[in-house]
Design a protein around this ligand. Structure first.
Ligand code: FES
Ligand SMILES: [Fe+2]
Length: 365
């Protein structure tokens, strides 16, 4: 049965509110994806919605990508329908021109224009075949790199973006909730969970344990993959997650021929208050066929994991009322999310909307 958990039980099961965690009105500072690099050709502009913020992104004649707020500071026309001139964008309506830092450099109807008008510009990075935007003119750090892939040349594919009805801060719990590994995924492992939250904007989680050997199937897996199993995650700004699976496994416990798989998930909310998740599969660049095969394998392993508990994130009204000591990774993660800084893209929602409750009046009728 499909329910809308956001509109249920609000009086008998009140939910806690946090500074950043699980709030639709807060957009924390971090890198948000704004589409594929190949979709933005030289000299072209596009209006995009990034984390609920309307932006114009354009590729200057030099090949660099720039991002500005999307509504023209004159009368608010969408700059996405404007045209690119060298490294500037010209508004379609009255031809005001803005350079890549948002300064208005030309107002054609004025003989001399030394305008002080400025449009907000944003830091942009192209990585993993995608365009990333940070909600400030300068970003203090780069788009997340998976530690195991740092400095390597990579091959990547971006999968289709999918939606979730709960906030992405909740879906990100999936990777660090140790209890559900056995109850949902049937992985009966005594896993140690190590959380390193020493970096300012990211958190690193390592889960490690003995490969189980209770059932016949588990014993086959143990023979095949060896006795130790580990996977790790790096979360950046609670909107990007890098996941490494099959860490340190050895064929028949001996040979290091089983490839470690890497995937990245970019999260943001849209203007309708839904979560958008974009999976990106990554591998060290080898040759076309090997890369193609490994990226397919990465996708399959993601679909397998996702298929087992996707439904949880469509029917959840997250609460922290009765967390246990075993839930410590979750508690630490929530603390980390609340330490993030809200950006200027945060929205002015009322308290109900911020919790995802729409049409409260209808609920109470
Ligand atoms: S609305 Fe853009 S120049 Fe007038
Ligand atoms: Fe899961």
């Amino acid at each position: 049965m499909k329910i809308d958990p956001n509109q249920q039980n609000n009086n008998t099961q009140p939910r806690p509110t946090f500074k950043v965690f699980n709030r639709w009105d807060v957009v924390a500072k971090g890198w948000y994806q704004a589409g594929l690099s190949t979709d933005l050709k030289k000299g072209k502009a596009r209006g995009v919605n990034v984390s609920g913020q309307h932006l114009v992104i354009y590729r200057g004649e030099s090949g660099e990508v720039y991002a500005l707020d999307g509504f023209c500071p004159h009368m608010g026309v969408d700059l996405g329908i404007g045209s690119v001139e060298k490294e500037s964008i010209k508004c379609f309506f009255h031809h005001w021109k803005f350079d890549n830092e948002g300064r208005c450099t030309d107002i054609p109807c004025l003989k001399e224009s030394n305008s002080k008008i400025k449009n907000q510009n944003y830091a942009v990075q192209e990585k993993y075949g995608m365009i990333w935007v940070y909600p400030e003119a300068k970003a203090p750090y780069e788009v997340l790199e998976i530690p195991e892939l740092k400095g390597l040349e990579l091959s990547s594919t971006t999968d289709k973006t999918y939606k979730r009805s709960c906030h992405y801060h909740i879906t990100m719990i999936n990777g660090i909730d140790p209890q559900h590994l056995s109850t949902v995924h049937n992985i009966h492992m005594d896993m140690s969970v190590d959380i390193d939250a020493s970096e300012k904007d990211s958190i690193h989680i390592l889960l490690e344990g003995e490969t189980p050997s209770e059932s016949a199937f588990e014993r086959v897996i143990k023979k095949l993959l060896g006795s130790r199993y580990a996977y790790s995650m790096k979360y950046q700004s609670a909107c990007l997650a890098g996941l490494t699976v099959l860490k340190g496994v050895k064929l028949f416990g001996r040979w290091e021929v089983i490839p470690t798989l890497h995937m990245l998930f970019s999260y943001q909310s849209n203007i309708e208050g839904e979560t958008l998740v974009t999976p990106i599969y990554l591998t060290k660049k080898r040759n076309f066929l090997t890369d193609w095969f490994l990226l397919k394998l990465t996708k399959l392993s993601f679909l397998f994991l996702q298929g087992e508990d996707g439904e949880v994130y469509e029917n959840i009204r997250f609460s922290t009322a009765n967390l246990l000591p075993i839930d410590t990774p979750v508690t630490k993660y929530i603390k980390y999310v609340n330490s993030l800084t809200p950006s200027k893209w945060s929205k002015n929602l009322d308290a109900d909307q911020a919790l995802g409750i729409r049409n409260r009046s209808e609920v109470n009728v």
